[in-house]
Design a protein around this ligand. Structure first.
Ligand code: NAD
Ligand code: UDP
Length: 441
């Protein structure tokens, strides 16, 4: 197994400086953590190993042979190289087609905060891609975190490494139903984000956006918690203004296939500002542009995961349309920095959070192919055949251009993206590659 090691990865920021930590101190809230600690939680947090049970010691009767134990220890030693101690594992026994799970025996150290600094934070959608990274950060920073999720697109495994920690709680709950908890801050993220997922049940997507946001705003009103909603660049639709500033009202087809999400988020913003003006709720609105990173569901149909998985498997990469439509891709850690800065700032207007590096989808396919080849070459497993980029039909209402104007975030939050798209893609390639090597993709 060619597992990557943390030591091998050197990540440079846009200025060419090495990134060793993410986050920063803003508005009295320190969000900085070491990148290696975060990586130990997402690059290889859990692994699956296959062990053949010996006939004399059936595992289901509680025993395991010395040989099995040695094999397990050997596999573990190979796995954790450079990743510290914070992994769990599953052992697959093909002989009787069973699997045993272990949870973490140790948690990474979290900050010890004074009571007035320690917040009780609710993260709806906390088991999803963005939510789980936010949870890692808030946990490491020493806060009390509750995840509320119905696991529609998220998975318990994204945050299972915190289960059992005294600062952590996970609740299965659908936000379209009211929920009560005492808290200081609410990050309201619950909503499917990939087009195939949100179009799977459009009525439910609208309900989640409207009723879910209504319920969480009601909770913020009762508890006086500060409320942040993860809105989206989709509120700008297929934009006629480029790049998009927060003052642009958008160009959205209200009855097209993307409307359940786009209009859902627009009305969620309307509700948010309604609660602000009517009830004095303390609100923040983040308009997030395309974000990618490890833990993205490899099969959720979004372009970054599709391209990387296709290239790693040696399959053709499927560009929709002529590939001239553009997107601007941001790496997950920049987004988390931006969300935390916004939550703790005094900025109540909508704020774009995204990376201004704009690519045509055709160019982006080439970049992904390039990075996958580089990683395969470094790991000594470059395939003989070069992956092809092929072109197919474009989905209805696919926006033609998208790039954030992030002047407001820079001026009011002191935030700007640090990760280059290439560096982010490289980390994500290593993540998916490791998952494929262990057989879980
Ligand atoms: P995701 O699908 O990985 O995560 C969404 C999470 O919400 C999942 O865990 C899902 O199970 C949960 N959820 C969905 N409906 C729910 C409901 N009714 N009740 C409770 N939980 C529910 O998506 P993501 O990429 O992590 O997106 C998170 C948020 O960020 C979403 O609000 C999305 O609109 C927003 N956003 C994301 C991006 C991006 O590029 N990732 C861009 C713009 C906006
Ligand atoms: N896309 C593509 N191939 C894929 C998946 C997506 O060419 O396998 C295109 C899609 O048509 C869109 C862009 O990539 O133009 C981004 O799509 P995604 O679903 O990631 O997010 P969107 O920004 O459209 O919500």
């Amino acid at each position: 197994m060619d597992s990557p090691s943390v030591e091998k990865i050197h990540t440079m920021d846009k200025e060419g400086n090495e990134i060793t930590s993410v986050g920063f101190e803003r508005f009295g809230f320190d969000s900085a953590v070491q990148l290696d600690v975060l990586r130990s939680l997402y690059l290889r947090p859990h692994y699956v190993t296959t062990i053949h049970s010996s006939l004399n010691s059936p595992k289901l009767n509680g025993g395991s042979s010395k040989r099995e134990q040695e094999e397990e220890e050997h596999e573990h030693a190979r796995f954790i190289q450079g990743f510290g101690l914070y992994q769990s594992k599953s052992i697959y026994h093909p002989d009787d087609h069973s699997i045993s799970y272990t949870t973490l025996s140790r948690f990474p150290p979290v900050k010890l905060l004074a009571p007035d600094k320690r917040k009780r934070i609710l993260v709806t959608g906390g088991a999803g891609f963005v939510g789980s990274h936010l949870v890692d950060r808030l946990m490491l920073l020493g806060h009390d975190v509750t995840v509320l999720d119905n696991f529609f697109t998220g998975s318990k495994t994204t945050v299972s490494h915190w289960v059992g920690h005294p600062n952590f709680e996970m609740v299965r709950h659908d936000v379209v139903e009211p929920f009560m908890i005492e808290c200081d801050q609410i990050y309201h993220l619950a909503c499917p984000a990939s087009p195939p997922h949100y179009q799977y049940n459009p009525v439910k997507t609208v309900k989640t956006s409207f009723m879910g946001t209504l319920n969480m705003l009601g909770l913020a009103k009762r508890t006086k918690a500060r409320f942040l909603i993860s809105s989206t660049s989709e509120v700008y639709g297929d934009p006629e203004v480029h790049p998009q500033t927060e003052d642009y009202w958008g160009h959205v087809n209200p009855i097209g296939p993307r409307a359940c999400y786009d209009e859902g988020k627009r009305v969620a913003e309307t509700l948010t500002y309604g609660f602000q003006s009517q009830d004095g709720v303390d609100v923040r609105v983040a308009r997030i542009f395309n974000t990618f990173g490890p833990r993205m569901n490899p099969f959720d149909g979004r372009v970054v995961s599709n391209f990387i998985i296709q290239a790693l498997k040696g399959e053709d990469m499927t560009v929709f349309g002529d590939g001239k439509q553009t997107r601007s891709f941001q790496y997950i850690h920049d987004l988390i920095d931006g969300l935390i800065a916004l939550m703790n700032s005094n900025e109540t207007r909508p704020v774009n959070i995204g990376n201004g590096d704009e690519f045509t989808i055709g160019e982006f396919a080439e970049l992904v192919r390039d990075v996958v080849e580089k990683v395969q070459e470094e790991d000594g497993c470059k395939p003989a055949r070069k992956v092809e980029i092929i072109y197919g039909p474009i989905p209805k209402d696919d926006p033609q251009r998208r790039r954030p104007d992030t002047t407001r975030a820079k001026e009011t939050l002191g935030w700007q993206p640090r990760w280059t798209v290439r560096m982010g893609v490289e980390e994500m390639v290593r993540y998916y590659k490791a998952k494929m090597a262990e057989g879980s993709i």
